[in-house]
Ligand binder design. Structure first.
Ligand SMILES: CSC[C@H]1O[C@H](OP(=O)(O)O)[C@H](O)[C@@H]1O
Ligand code: ADE
Length: 298
């Protein structure tokens, strides 16, 4: 890991909790605070606190009590709120269906690719009047993935490093034909939320990684019932303690003072802006300040 102390980063760890994970354990000085963003309201208040001396910020992705479906999440507000809160690194925790025999319920996957099949969501902070194209060739931060892997090993949690997460629109689960199609594409797991979340985190120059927790075999497996919410919730309850232990173990390592992200996540906008300064829309620029002020002000 780079120790470029010329640019010392004191990390603030963001945790986005998915279905079944509406808080995190062990936080001290906890406070739920409203964070206002230029893109509207995030899913809920954010829970600020300290864990092992490291500043942490938790957001329940669907809100406490799960009132929000995947297509109605304000992904831009969620990521902007994390950025405004000073977060540098995001651990995304998600319940997923398995598309592979060797990824049974209870298994954890450190996702490294996505196929984004969502179509009814705002996917960028940028727009007419300020266009940017960031790279998402490697959509997650390998540095966070390395920490996750080391801690999963220490905790004895069965996991797989690497795998493609198919992001569907939902809210209905897949048809069997869709499930088989995604299997033929070599996808590992399926869920409804991590896109555009990961793309937006990249635009906001936040390091982001997904720990996917398998809850079911979707609907393709002849030996298992098709997925239901009951089954997902049952397995998530069993997984939740392990997810909390994992987060608690990752934070001291991720929270160490470091240099710039070796994976480049914190510099994603450096070669991404294309709109000529004279053609930029001042109203959009002022909204973008919290996300891209670092590159827009130079
Ligand atoms: C409750 S099953 C479907 C639901 O669970 C997953 O959410 P998350 O990624 O926030 O854990 C999935 O993507 C669906 O939104
Ligand atoms: N089978 C499945 N499809 C989509 N999202 C899910 N979340 C958990 N299981 C899922």
């Amino acid at each position: 890991m780079s120790t470029n102390t010329a640019h010392a980063v004191h990390p603030v760890i963001g945790i986005i909790g998915g279905s079944g994970l509406y808080d995190i354990a062990g936080l001290e000085n906890k406070e739920w605070r409203t964070v206002v963003t230029p893109w509207g309201a995030p899913s809920d208040k954010l829970l600020f606190g300290i864990l092992d001396g490291i500043r942490c910020v938790f957001l329940p992705r669907h809100g406490r009590g799960h009132p929000l479906p995947p297509s109605r999440l304000n992904y831009r507000a969620n990521i902007a709120a994390m950025k405004i809160a000073g977060v540098t690194d995001i651990i995304s925790l998600s319940a997923v269906g398995s598309l592979r025999e060797d990824l049974p319920p209870g298994h954890f996957v450190i996702v490294d690719q996505f196929i984004d099949r969502t179509f009814a969501r705002e996917k960028s902070f940028f727009d007419t009047g300020c266009v940017a194209h960031v790279s998402v060739a490697d959509p997650v931060c390998s540095r966070i993935g390395d920490v996750a892997e080391a801690k999963l090993k220490e905790l004895g949690i069965t996991y797989t490093r690497g795998g493609t997460y198919l992001v569907m629109e939902g809210p209905q689960f897949s048809t069997r034909a869709e499930s088989e199609l995604y299997r033929s594409w070599n996808c590992s797991v399926i869920g409804m939320t991590n896109m555009p979340e990961a793309k937006l985190a990249r635009e906001a120059e936040l390091s982001y990684a997904t720990i996917a927790m398998v809850t079911d075999y979707d609907c393709w497996h002849a030996g298992h019932d098709s997925v239901t919410v009951d089954a997902v919730v049952r397995v998530m309850h069993a997984n939740a303690d392990r997810a909390r232990s994992l987060v608690k173990a990752m934070i001291p390592e991720l929270g160490k003072t470091r240099g710039l992200c070796p994976a480049g996540c914190d510099r994603a906008l450096e070669h991404a802006l294309i709109t000529a300064p004279a053609k930029r829309d001042p109203a959009l620029l002022s909204r973008l300040e919290v996300i891209a002020g670092r590159v827009l002000s130079v």
